[in-house]
Design a protein around this ligand. Structure first.
Ligand code: ADP
Length: 394
């Protein structure tokens, strides 16, 4: 019996979940927000609905980790640090180097930092989280779990861009995808619901949260995914544009006076639902505004659904048919109107679902028994995959 902590470090946040393994029981979880800013928020949830929260300035990830470890003891969640025997870190970009979860040595940490070009906002933050734990708990098993690893099975036909070869050969310009841990988890769970060995399945997984991606999973392996070189590509998202014509970039540089970096920022942070609705990046607010007759919110919703439908349609073709579609993540798990709009557009594929079951809070099989393709709503659990991978590598 041991305790393992799963860490998801962002540039100004650190989410964590502490597990008792191998029971896979969550003992405590929490988040540190606004790291490096004033009034950072430090929250721990534990026991039966107990919550601890403090607001104070937390300068960096190392201080956040120190506070977390101290608090686990103060709240009697741990008696001493040695009870934690493993830590798993989510790392966004593993490039072509990391095809699976890996024990973190000094060399691996350097490689993660060297891959920052592929995820400039994420990898440096992930590395700070790793460094903080290494300093405070140097003896424990430390594992990196890569968002891209699940997609390293994609064939060249899917991951290459039809641009001059040297862009790939010299500069590694190719599709890497993201959300791999989530697509992996829900495709495994979907195979269980199908009652089949995952090797015998064809599944389209739709991870639709603030960021969103759709993956074609054949025999348990990713064969294509909607995100690309970075998480900007694919479907329309909360604040990201998803796919656009790249010639918009020189055109808009010429017209707007913005430089390439500023445009890239606009496509990442001021586009998607937020850009079109001019209201919010949050699907709940979009639906509310649409219901109140706001035309921009209606267009934002319809465009969002349209992009998701098109990717699902593509992946029916890529897989030459599919056994199931899975909805997961913030919007996919929670938004019945979003799922209805998507599924109503896919009836030609023989998809039928139980309308009364399509409500907030529903989990499991949404399709009718006659539906040619099963539809599942499956809550994702990336932290559990991380904790399991730490156990495997101990
Ligand atoms: P992230 O990509 O940050 O991990 P999540 O998967 O947590 O995001 O998804 C967050 C998003 O989920 C929110 O921005 C919101 O749009 C959406 N969401 C959460 N609950 C609901 C709901 N009940 N109805 C519609 N959308 C929801």
């Amino acid at each position: 019996m041991s305790k393992t902590i799963a860490i998801n470090a962002g540039s100004s946040s650190l989410k964590w979940q502490l597990y008792l393994m191998p029971q896979e029981e969550v003992i405590a979880k929490g988040i540190v927000e606004r790291i490096g800013l004033n009034d950072s928020i430090f929250t721990v949830k534990y026991g039966e609905d107990q919550k601890f929260e403090v607001i104070q300035d937390i300068e960096n990830h190392e201080i956040a980790v120190q506070m977390l470890l101290d608090q686990l003891i103060s709240l009697s969640i741990l008696e001493n640090y040695e009870e934690i025997t493993g830590v798993g870190h989510r790392v966004v970009a593993g490039g072509e180097l990391f095809k699976e979860s890996t024990l973190i040595t000094d060399e691996v940490l350097k490689q993660i930092e060297d891959l920052s070009d592929l995820a400039p906002l994420h990898n440096p933050a992930n590395a700070s989280g790793i460094r903080a734990f290494k300093k405070l708990l140097p003896e424990i098993t430390s594992v990196a779990v890569f968002d891209t690893a699940f997609h390293t099975t994609m064939p060249a036909v899917a991951y290459r861009y039809p641009v001059p070869n040297e862009f790939y050969e010299k500069y590694a310009a190719r599709k890497y995808g993201a959300h791999g841990t989530s697509h992996y988890y829900v495709s495994q769970e979907a195979a269980k619901l199908l009652g089949k060995d995952v090797k015998e399945t064809k599944i389209i997984t739709a991870h639709i949260g603030n960021g969103g991606s759709i993956t074609a999973v054949h025999g348990g392996e990713s064969v294509d995914t909607s995100m690309g070189f970075t998480p900007l590509a694919g479907v329309m998202m909360g604040t990201r544009s998803g796919d656009i014509d790249p010639s918009l970039i020189p055109y808009l540089v010429g017209k707007t006076g913005l430089d390439v970096a500023q445009l890239n920022d606009a496509f990442n942070k001021q586009s998607g639902l937020a850009g079109i609705s001019e209201i919010s990046s949050d699907m709940r607010e979009i639906i509310e505004a649409k219901e109140n007759g706001n035309k921009k919110a209606e267009l934002a919703f319809d465009m969002y659904v349209n992009r998701v439908v098109k990717y699902i349609g593509q992946y029916f073709a890529v897989l030459n048919g599919a056994d199931a579609i899975v909805f997961t993540a913030g919007v996919g798990e929670n938004s019945a109107p979003f799922r209805a709009a998507v599924l109503d557009q896919l009836s030609w594929f023989g998809i039928d679902y139980v309308k009364e079951n399509n409500v907030f809070g529903f989990m499991g099989e949404l399709s009718t028994s006659e539906s040619k393709v099963k539809v599942f709503v499956i809550p994702t659990d990336e932290e559990l995959v991380i904790a399991r991978d730490v156990e495997k590598l101990k």
